[in-house]
Write a protein that binds this ligand. Structure first.
Ligand SMILES: [Zn+2]
Length: 111
């Protein structure tokens, strides 16, 4: 869910090399830092119903990204055979689908 919202938001300012150079990684609780070097727990990033207490960049796993890719392929490439997906992936897709619809509604309301 974080991956979904993060990918569809402005990612400028969330590049880990930039954030290290500006010394932001402690404040943003970057996952590349050992836990004891990170700042106190706090909300680091939020959008919609998704929020994280860690730099979203380090939180999003390659697996989340792969699922996202497969979700968009499924959604837009006409590959809609949900029943052929394994259960965990299908769950993720349904969640992403719900977030997607909600996001589309919110944009509709604010325009
Ligand atoms: Zn980072």
């Amino acid at each position: 869910m974080v991956a979904f919202h993060f990918q569809s938001s402005s990612q400028a300012g969330w590049r880990c090399d930039e954030c290290r150079r500006q010394g932001l990684e402690v404040r943003r609780r970057c996952g590349w830092l050992p836990a004891e070097l990170r700042g106190p727990r706090r909300l680091v990033w939020a959008r919609g119903r998704a929020s994280t207490e860690e730099c979203p960049k380090s939180l999003i796993t390659p697996q989340s990204l792969e699922w996202m890719e497969r979700f968009f392929a499924w959604k837009f490439a006409g590959d809609r055979r949900l029943e052929e997906l394994d259960a965990r992936l299908a769950d993720a897709f349904l969640l992403l689908e719900a977030e997607w619809r909600k996001g589309a509604n919110d944009e509709h309301k604010s325009s």
